[in-house]
Design a binder for this molecule. Structure first.
Ligand code: SF4
Ligand code: SF4
Length: 142
């Protein structure tokens, strides 16, 4: 069982192999600062941004993408669990919603979720994901 920020999802990670942790989440500079402070407070862990994040350039700004190692998020542990779960980026919390109007169809629980929950997550996406990130079509790593 795994939970996301808006409630409990019945995830069988043996089935999906934590698919949602195979795309890098992108943060603004302010969100990165906040995440580093939250992880310090919650986990007594000092994150070196240069070790865990890569700069990514979009049409509207510079962002920070969580690094991937061998196709998986650097924060995923050997048991396929997030090591910074309580502080994970908004884009991780909102999964399987991946845009204001779309979900990741590859996620095994996506069609088991009530429509109201999907609608709620989409609203949260519109409200909470940085407007510039919402507008970006693609990111270039710098
Ligand atoms: S930060 Fe955590 S929840 Fe987000 S992709 Fe990485 S391991 Fe998964
Ligand atoms: S891909 Fe879907 S089923 Fe798998 S852990 Fe992520 S949210 Fe749960």
């Amino acid at each position: 069982m795994r939970t996301n920020g808006s409630g409990t999802l019945d995830c069988d990670i043996k089935l999906c192999n934590s698919l949602c942790c195979r795309n890098c989440a992108v943060l603004t500079a302010d969100e990165l600062t906040e995440l580093v402070a939250d992880v310090r407070k919650e986990y007594a862990l000092e994150l070196d941004p240069g070790k865990y994040f890569r700069e990514a350039k979009g049409e509207h700004g510079i962002y920070y993408a969580v690094k991937m190692i061998r196709g998986q998020c650097i924060f995923l542990n050997k048991e396929k669990r997030c090591r910074i779960y309580r502080c994970r980026p908004a884009l991780c919390e909102l999964y399987p919603v991946v845009d204001v109007d779309s979900v990741d169809e590859r996620c095994p629980v996506v069609h088991k979720l009530p429509q109201e929950k999907i609608a709620f997550l989409k609203r949260k996406y519109a409200d909470e994901v940085d407007e510039r990130i919402q507008k970006e079509q693609k990111f270039m790593f710098v």
